[in-house]
Design a protein around this ligand. Structure first.
Ligand SMILES: [Zn+2]
Ligand SMILES: [Zn+2]
Length: 339
């Protein structure tokens, strides 16, 4: 079957790989229809993704169609269209037993730690399939990305009417923004890219936008009658921003690191203590988060139309992929159309 392999940084090949055997008990064979491309894939291509082995078949944001199911599989049937939970958890470790499968100690993410979806068909544990009769294939491929925001906003338990600061409006920031707004928060965006600011202003109901990163606390206080936001989300993945963000949080508030940095992070101990703030990380998402995403899209509460800016078939993708690394290309989400 046709398969796209990232052989080494900067080098994809399109090659034939063996067809899988029929599904065993609890398994489902799915045809890959759409693959969303995200920062992880771009970093893998650039060679800047930490702990990444080559060759690797990328693809963890999947819209699929069930081809065949093994014994004991009852919740999906051939022909069903599904989103995929790409997190292969062990089900036995401490976090798994706590229901935190998103941070399983031995987590394998499809397309990152193990081969993913950039191929014709893929065998999966059927339990990783989330069916929807309503979502389009493109929307199914967006579910995982939106799940990042769903989980992060859930981590902070954002309340209706609460003032939230979102730092960074890349795709992860947009998924946080989506769920902060759904929670009924008023959202201030801190972002320096004019393209992104413009995009967000046109598409989302923002309370305010801060475009200057100097003395952000004073700017926030001016907007909020001398107060600071009670929930701050950093979706930049830049260590500098993540360290600064401590200063933006109200006493008693929480700060959520959604973006990932490879660097050390330090912060002022007394300032952290004085605030009695809660610092949270948010990693991946759980199946319940993704199920929630599907429910919101099905009910029309999430407009997915702004998301997909670029599409390509396998051959075009091989040619276009390097251009998607360039922020100037205006990519929010590129989607690979497999079949
Ligand atoms: Zn992703
Ligand atoms: Zn586990």
């Amino acid at each position: 079957m046709p398969t796209i392999v990232l052989e080494r940084p900067g080098h994809f090949i399109l090659e034939e790989t063996p067809e899988p055997t029929p599904p065993g008990p609890g398994e489902a064979l799915v045809r890959i229809r759409r693959v969303g491309i995200c920062g992880t894939d771009l970093h893998a291509f650039e060679g800047t993704q930490p702990f990444f082995d080559y060759p690797r078949i990328l693809g963890h944001e999947l819209g699929v169609e069930v081809v065949a199911t093994g014994r004991g599989v009852t919740h999906v049937h051939p022909g069903d269209q599904c989103a995929v939970v790409p997190y292969m958890d062990c089900g036995r470790c401490v976090p798994c037993r706590m229901g935190k499968t998103n941070c399983c100690s031995g987590l394998d993410v499809l397309g990152v730690h193990v081969d993913g979806g950039m191929r014709d068909v893929l065998m999966l544990p059927a339990g990783k399939l989330l069916r929807s009769d309503i979502l389009s294939l493109e929307q199914l491929a967006l579910v995982e990305t939106l799940g990042i925001g769903a989980h992060a906003v859930d981590r902070a338990a954002v309340e209706k009417g609460e003032t939230v600061l979102l730092i960074g409006a890349g795709p992860i920031g947009l998924s946080v923004l989506t769920f902060a707004l759904l929670a009924g928060a008023r959202v201030i965006l801190l972002e320096i890219s004019e393209k992104r600011i413009d995009f967000c202003k046109r598409r989302y109901d923002l309370f305010e936008v801060i475009t200057d990163i100097t003395d952000v606390p004073s700017r926030l206080r001016r907007l909020l009658n001398g107060e600071l936001p009670t929930a701050v989300f950093d979706a930049t993945g830049h260590a500098g921003s993540m360290m600064q963000a401590h200063e933006y949080v109200s006493n008693g508030g929480r700060l959520v690191y959604v973006g990932i940095t490879g660097s050390q992070i330090t912060f002022d101990g007394p300032g952290f203590h004085r605030r009695e703030m809660t610092l949270l990380s948010s990693r991946n998402s759980r199946a319940v988060d993704l199920q929630r995403v599907i429910g919101h899209i099905e009910a029309g509460r999430i407009d997915t139309s702004p998301w997909i800016t670029h599409t390509a078939g396998p051959e075009r993708m091989l040619a276009d992929f390097p251009t998607w690394l360039d922020p100037g290309s205006g990519v929010v989400k590129a989607v690979l159309e497999m079949a």
